[in-house]
Design a binder for this molecule. Structure first.
Ligand SMILES: *[C@@H]1O[C@H](CO)[C@@H](O)[C@H](O)[C@H]1NC(C)=O
Ligand SMILES: *[C@@H]1O[C@H](CO)[C@@H](O)[C@H](O)[C@H]1NC(C)=O
Length: 312
């Protein structure tokens, strides 16, 4: 009897090791799916609602938002690093599982940065290709409060996901040049097609294919809620998951009509993201974290099997 129980435990462990966290993304274990109703205007986010949102800090002060895309990778904006290259990397840190800036709880995990991969074609003027992948010195442990988001594979995929709700989140100010919010804020926004966003009375041709505009139907009054480098995340009802559709880039001066927030369009950077992630030491690490438990399990199963055979 005892022996059978042992086999069952090992099998359960094997299954969990092989199907664990790395394959799942965009799910929030602590908060229900967005319902039918729309939330107009910004408000404090429910705790645990955005488990992929991080705070990138310099000397423990909030600097930019970011989005967890894997246990070692955080997506953010290049402009968060471009002008700060002289600041020692050791003064930066990435904080996940955070809700109240001034009061990180037991749920938070803090990591230092091992590498900053800025997009090679970042253009500081336009600012085109405003995406950067931050690699952490050690992986996040995924919990109910810390989860990776999904990323669209390409522009077609972004389209067929048929997003029903999009949100911007961050500790950014409610007002242009206002103070930071101590508590994580969320606001629902609508994706705005590029043609509209490029109209002469809007951004007048400034929006490239690598950018996506999003704002509120009722006007831009709340779109400053977003936070540089943080996510524009959309919910796919079909898949019941969230995707990071944009990285907060610019244009969130508040209260300007026809000046919605502009985001780096992640579906245009899927290949770049893949290359940046695999071309790093993280690849080896990722492999190890998955392979070791799998191999261990195989060995154990083998042992138990032999044992069974011996007993018969
Ligand atoms: C885009 O992504 C979808 C979903 O993963 C895939 O089926 C399709 O083949 C991709 N298209 C291109 C052009 O890569
Ligand atoms: C997209 O969503 C809308 C609204 O929920 C629905 O009516 C439509 O059938 C969906 N399209 C696809 C291709 O799933």
């Amino acid at each position: 009897m005892e022996f059978k129980a042992g086999v069952l435990v090992v099998m359960a462990l094997c299954v969990s090791a092989l199907t664990s966290s790395e394959d799942s993304c965009g799910q929030r274990p602590l908060v229900a799916s967005p319902g039918m109703s729309r939330i107009v205007g910004g408000r404090e986010a429910p705790e645990g609602a955005w488990p992929w949102q991080v705070s990138i800090q310099i000397q423990s002060r909030h600097h930019c938002g970011g989005t967890i895309v894997s246990n070692l990778g955080v997506l953010t904006a290049t402009h968060c690093f471009y002008k700060y290259l002289k600041i020692s990397r050791s003064l930066f840190r990435v904080v996940a599982g955070l809700h109240v800036l001034s009061a990180p709880g037991d749920q938070t995990q803090i990591r230092s940065i091992s590498e900053v991969k800025m997009h090679e074609d970042y253009n500081g003027v336009s600012p085109d290709n405003d995406v950067t992948l931050v690699l952490l010195s050690s992986p996040f442990d995924f919990t109910g409060h810390i989860q990776p988001v999904c990323t669209p594979h390409n522009v077609t995929h972004e389209f067929i996901l048929n997003f029903t709700h999009c949100f911007i989140t961050g500790w950014g100010s409610r007002y242009y040049r206002g103070r930071l919010n101590n508590r994580l804020q969320e606001a629902e926004v609508e994706l705005i097609d590029r043609r509209t966003c490029n109209l002469i009375t809007w951004y007048d041709g400034f929006i490239t294919e690598n950018m996506i505009c999003a704002g509120l139907e009722s006007g831009a009054s709340d779109s400053c809620q977003g936070d540089s480098g943080g996510p524009l995340q959309c919910y796919s009802e079909d898949e019941d998951r969230f995707y990071v559709v944009g990285v907060t880039s610019f244009g969130h001066m508040c209260g300007h009509p026809r000046r919605p927030g502009v985001y780096a369009r992640t579906s245009r950077f899927a290949d770049w993201l893949k290359t940046s992630q695999t071309a790093s030491a993280s690849a080896a690490h990722k492999l190890n974290t998955r392979l070791i438990p799998a191999l261990l399990c195989a060995a154990l199963m083998l042992l138990l099997n032999i044992h069974t055979v011996c007993q018969q």
